[in-house]
Design a protein around this ligand. Structure first.
Ligand SMILES: *Cc1c(COP(=O)(O)O)cnc(C)c1O
Length: 360
């Protein structure tokens, strides 16, 4: 058996050491005589798995005590609706920043519930930059400000946390969570689908300041109400137990890499190397303003798109999988999340150099 370097944007590569550990524990977790999948979520064994995972996540992100961590289902996409339902309170408007496809989806969903004020957009640049913060038209009466720190499709990433004063800042961190240190106390809420940097699909993390819980509109379904899940330690109904367990193994693995400082340095080195290969040739191009280039998702195009198919086919032969770009951007996209080893990026860069030489 040989594993490929999988550059998929999500579900994405997971650390091999973690998959091995999970497979060793598959039939019999810690002498329980059953798989984690088969355990009651209310039993002692799973409770210990669940609380260890939360504790490790709190350590990794230095989550302050006045924040709840919720382990939910429904994906980041479900949060697009849950956020206005829970956070509008008696306000009628919320601020959104539009930096790409995921921002747009969040905006479209929020429009069902409130007046959406798009405070800044980079759409006219083709989403290749972040609008200058000083130009944002923030509304001091907004219920919250929503933004997408890393746009998975465009490969655009904020290198700072916007200061929204007293208005809670809400971040869709699906494709950047745990990739580098972040100050959680600057946010009202952070959420992320798990399948990029955390674990298997089916789990959604919500990290939310306690004072923002309990203000949901009356029509909010119980399952979408943060209070329901906060009051029940994410066990109001059956949580995604196996994904929760697996995420816990990933948290342990990140801690073993030196936490977010350690993994952040590795991620910076990996992305620097790949962008250097792109910029160092006139065969490849990445359109994103250098300052805002993503450390996680690196889209690039070939000088001649007629060569795309050959590039993908030859890459696959070298064990470099899933490099095809998103249909809206074209070309290639290399997603290099935490679990992509440096060796994977090195192999990709070597292949890119070779391919450029042969086809120039
Ligand atoms: C993948 C992704 C989503 C969608 O996540 P689901 O869990 O599939 O709903 C939302 N936002 C961003 C930034 C993403 O990368």
């Amino acid at each position: 058996m040989s594993r490929v370097f999988n550059f998929s944007a999500g579900p994405a590569m997971l650390p091999e050491a973690v998959i091995k550990k999970a497979s060793e524990e598959m039939l019999d977790w810690n002498g329980e005589g059953m798989s984690v999948m088969e355990m009651s979520h209310r039993g002692k064994a799973f409770m210990s798995i669940a609380s260890k995972a939360e504790a490790d996540l709190r350590t990794l992100l230095s989550i302050p005590d006045n924040y709840k961590v919720l382990f939910l289902q429904g994906g980041a996409s479900q949060q697009f609706a849950a956020i206005p339902l829970n956070l509008l309170g008696d306000k009628k408007t919320a601020d959104y920043v539009n930096t790409g496809m995921w921002s747009k989806k969040a905006i479209a969903e929020a429009k069902r519930y409130c007046d959406v004020n798009v405070v800044a957009t980079s759409e006219d640049s083709g989403f290749t930059t972040i609008p200058e913060f000083s130009s944002w038209k923030l509304n001091p009466d907004a219920a919250y400000v929503h933004y997408t720190p890393n746009e998975t499709i465009g490969g655009v990433e904020f290198d700072y946390i916007p200061d929204t004063g007293d208005v809670p800042l809400i971040a869709d961190m699906s494709s950047t969570i745990l990739s580098r240190p972040v100050d959680v106390s600057k946010f009202g809420m952070i959420y992320a689908g798990a399948q990029k940097n955390v674990g298997p699909a089916g789990l959604t993390l919500v990290i939310i300041r306690e004072d923002l819980i309990g203000n949901a509109s009356d029509s909010t379904p119980a399952m979408l109400n943060y209070k329901t899940h906060a009051d029940n330690d994410s066990m109001y109904n059956t949580p995604p137990t196996y994904s929760w367990y697996f995420a816990g193994l990933v948290f342990e693995w990140v801690l073993g890499k030196g936490g977010l400082e350690g993994i952040g340095q590795i991620n910076k080195a990996k992305s620097d190397k790949l962008y250097a290969a792109i910029d160092g040739s006139d065969f490849y191009a990445n359109p994103v303003e250098i300052r805002y280039r993503s450390w996680m998702n690196v889209p690039f195009t070939l000088k001649n798109s007629d060569l795309d198919a050959a590039f993908l086919e030859q890459a696959a032969k070298k064990g470099l999988a899933t490099l095809k770009g998103h249909r809206s951007v074209g070309g290639m996209r290399a997603s290099i999340y935490n679990a992509m080893p440096e060796e994977g990026v090195n192999t990709l860069v070597d292949f890119m150099n070779e391919f450029a030489k042969e086809n120039s």
